[in-house]
Every structure is written in structure tokens, then in C-alpha cells.
Design a protein around this ligand. Structure first.
Ligand code: ADP
Length: 372
């Protein structure tokens, strides 16, 4: 086991006469035994970061430590990491047993009996014991992914690195494997960095999530903190589905005025003091439809989700989304009044996107707060 410390990491790719800065000045610490998810849109530098940790890429600048050991210039094989990819590439001519044990056979001097024992125990952990003598082509996608995980686990590495390992699986299996993988990681207690572009997966799995954009780390924290208190507009928009509603408003004292007659009276104008404009954000679950009120929008579509309805509305040229009670079914074209509490309001700087105010309502303490 090890903690990971990434300091001032820069990775530049030179392709022809163009230089691509894939990762810029990244400082990131992963705690011993932690499950950290690196998340961000495609091309933001997640895989490059992971590959630098794995020793599959040379870093341009900066350093990487596992515990007290600097690994920046070590080859991947010397770092004691195991990687699981989206394309798990099992050896087709080998059985499951051989696939799981092969890496260990190559990378260690363990006696065959001990390797066999470890393979058996990992297979049991993953529920694939009955498949040990099958070839990969006889397995389903989920089973193949378990074998790939087994291959990583059996080596008992200091660090697990996973790059979108579940994205080849169908939605139901992916959800199952998410839970399994989390439980497994928790039991094994091995420091893990997991890459995904899927914010739902990140929120569901990470002890903490690190959000990247354009090669730059935007924010690191427990999923619920990042959701409630995003550092900037990018993070607020990227995390959460459906996405946060955003519009630009003029500031006049305590009054915010936006498009199509939108107005909001602040009881605490301190975050917008000295500003003439501000970006206003509110999450879909915080918007309620009300009987009367000055803020009105026109319903475009209502999507029933079973336990709730997604109500898409037009506010001038803006689309607003509200998650509403499933018994509420406003009609398309209907004009509705909407409202939200100031405690749920997000405010961002118009130019930099920096958060000026995030949610301020209290989080209920109690059940589950002692987990992990
Ligand atoms: P992500 O994993 O977030 O999708 P990557 O780390 O793969 O992003 O890529 C980050 C940036 O680096 C992208 O602009 C990508 O095109 C570029 N990049 C990645 N690998 C290479 C490479 N081998 N050569 C040149 N550019 C690369």
C-alpha cells in the first residue's frame, strides 16, 4: 500500500510542429487505500495522468512519489502498479486460470503452488471459480472484465490504476460491477486511481473525485462536496445530471434581473457586491413549480422518470430544467411560475467562472456519516 503524491506534473506531447499540453502543473495527493476518481470530458488529460502514474509515459516536468519512494524515472515494471483498461485484452489461447496467473509468473519468483493458490483465492473473491478452466471466448463481457480485474488483483500491487474499465459493459452490468469493484477495493484497501468521463460513475464510486478540464485540475473533494460546492462554473456544469441551470443576470443592489423578466431578490447581496453582472445557477432539484410568482417560464416537454418528472421549460432563449413531483404533469405550452430558495442558489463570476456562492443549506447529519 502507498499514498501517491503528484507534484507539479506537466506532460507535453510533441507531434510534428505542434505541442500539446496534455497535463498542466498538476498537484494531486491520493491517500493510502483511497479510491480516487479522475473525471472530466474527453481529452482533458485523465488518461495521460494515469499513464504517467503507471510509468507508461515519461513526464515532461514534475515528480511522482509512492509513499516515500520517488518513482518518476522508474519503469512501469519497477513501480508495483497494476492497471486495468477498457480493452482488457485477455490471452485468447489461455484459460482463465492461466490468464490470471500469467503476469504473476512473469513478474515474481513465487513458487507455482503459491501462484496457483493466489489465483484460486482471487477467482473466489470475484465469483469466477467455475470458469477457471474456460477460455476467454467462452465468457461474457462481464466475466472477461472480472478476469482482467483478477489479473490485476492477484499481483497484490501497491497501486491500482483503472482506465474506464467498465465502459464496454452494458448499463445494467456496469452498475453491478461498479458496486462490486468498490466493495472489492474497500476490502483489498489498495490505493486506486480510476479514470472515467462519466460523472455519474465518478459520483457513485469515488471516496474523492478530481475534476479535470483542459489539462488543468479544477477541484478535488468528496463527491457530495464537489456537487454542493463546486469551485467554478465548469465543475458545477460537469457534475450533476440533468445539468445545473445557468443564466446571466444584471445586479442592482439586492436585485438580480435576467432574461425574459426573470428577477430574484437577494436577502444577502454580499457575494455580488461591487458587480454589475453575475452568472446565476440553480440545480434542477431545487426548482419548484408554484401557484403564483413573478418568475414564469413556458413548459416545452415533461419526461416522466417514474419516481419524478423532468420538466423542461423555456425562459426566453434559455432552457430551464426542473425535477418535479411525478404527480405534476404540466402541459407543453403551459406557462408556469417557478421559485427556488436562496440557500440553493449558486453565483459565479461572469468572466472567470469562479464560484462566489454555492449551496448554503445545512446537510442533515446522522445515518451513514461515519462510513469509511
Ligand atoms: P482523456 O483521457 O481525458 O480523454 P488524454 O489524456 O487521452 O485525455 O489526452 C489529453 C490530450 O493529450 C488530448 O488533447 C490528446 O489529444 C493529447 N494526447 C494524448 N495522447 C497523445 C499522444 N500520444 N500524442 C499526442 N497527443 C496526445
Amino acid at each position: 500500500m502507498a499514498r501517491i503524491d503528484i507534484t507539479d506534473l506537466v506532460k507535453v506531447y510533441d507531434s510534428g510542429d505542434e505541442s500539446i499540453v496534455a497535463v498542466e502543473d498538476l498537484d494531486l495527493g491520493v491517500k493510502d487505500g483511497e479510491f480516487l476518481v479522475l473525471v472530466g470530458p474527453s481529452g482533458c488529460g485523465k488518461s495521460t495522468t494515469l499513464r504517467c502514474i503507471a510509468g507508461l509515459e515519461d513526464v515532461t516536468e514534475g515528480s511522482i512519489h509512492f509513499g516515500d519512494r520517488e518513482v518518476t524515472d522508474l519503469r512501469g515494471s519497477e513501480r508495483d502498479v497494476a492497471m486495468v483498461f477498457q480493452n482488457y485484452a485477455l490471452y485468447p489461447h489461455m484459460t482463465v486460470r492461466q490468464n490470471i496467473g500469467f503476469g504473476l509468473k512473469l513478474s515474481s519468483s513465487l513458487p507455482s503452488a503459491e501462484i496457483a493458490e493466489r489465483v484460486e483465492s482471487v477467482a473466489e473473491m470475484l465469483g469466477i471459480t467455475p470458469l477457471l478452466d474456460d477460455k476467454p471466448k467462452e465468457l461474457s463481457g462481464g466475466q472477461q472484465q472480472r478476469v482482467a480485474l483478477g489479473r490485476a488483483i492477484v499481483r497484490e500491487p501497491a497501486v491500482f490504476l483503472m482506465d474506464e474499465p467498465l465502459s464496454n459493459l452494458d448499463a445494467k452490468l456496469r452498475a453491478e460491477m461498479r458496486t462490486e469493484l468498490q466493495e472489492l477495493q474497500h476490502d483489498l484497501d489498495v490505493t486506486t486511481v480510476y479514470v472515467t468521463h462519466d460523472q455519474t460513475e465518478a459520483m457513485a464510486m469515488g471516496d474523492r473525485i478530481a475534476v479535470m478540464n483542459d489539462g488543468i485540475l479544477q477541484q478535488v473533494g468528496p463527491p457530495e462536496d464537489v456537487y454542493r460546492s463546486p469551485a467554478n462554473e465548469f465543475v458545477a456544469t460537469f457534475i450533476g445530471s440533468p445539468s445545473i441551470n445557468l443564466l446571466t443576470a444584471e445586479v442592482d443592489g439586492t436585485t438580480l434581473s435576467g432574461p425574459a423578466g426573470f428577477t430574484y431578490e437577494l436577502s444577502n447581496p454580499e457575494p455580488v457586491e461591487g458587480r454589475s453582472r453575475v452568472r446565476v445557477g440553480v440545480r434542477p432539484e431545487d426548482i419548484t413549480l408554484v401557484k403564483g410568482g413573478s418568475n414564469r417560464a413556458t413548459v416545452s416537454v415533461v419526461e416522466p422518470m417514474g419516481n419524478e418528472n423532468f420538466c423542461y421549460m423555456e425562459l426566453g432563449e434559455h432552457e430551464l430544467t426542473a425535477r418535479i413531483d411525478p404527480t405534476l404533469r404540466p402541459q407543453a405550452g403551459e406557462e408556469v411560475a417557478f421559485a427556488f430558495d436562496e440557500s440553493a442558489l449558486y453565483l459565479f463570476d461572469v468572466d472567470t467562472g469562479e464560484a462566489l456562492k454555492t449551496k448554503t443549506d445545512a446537510v442533515a447529519a446522522g445515518i451513514g456519516t461515519e462510513a469509511r
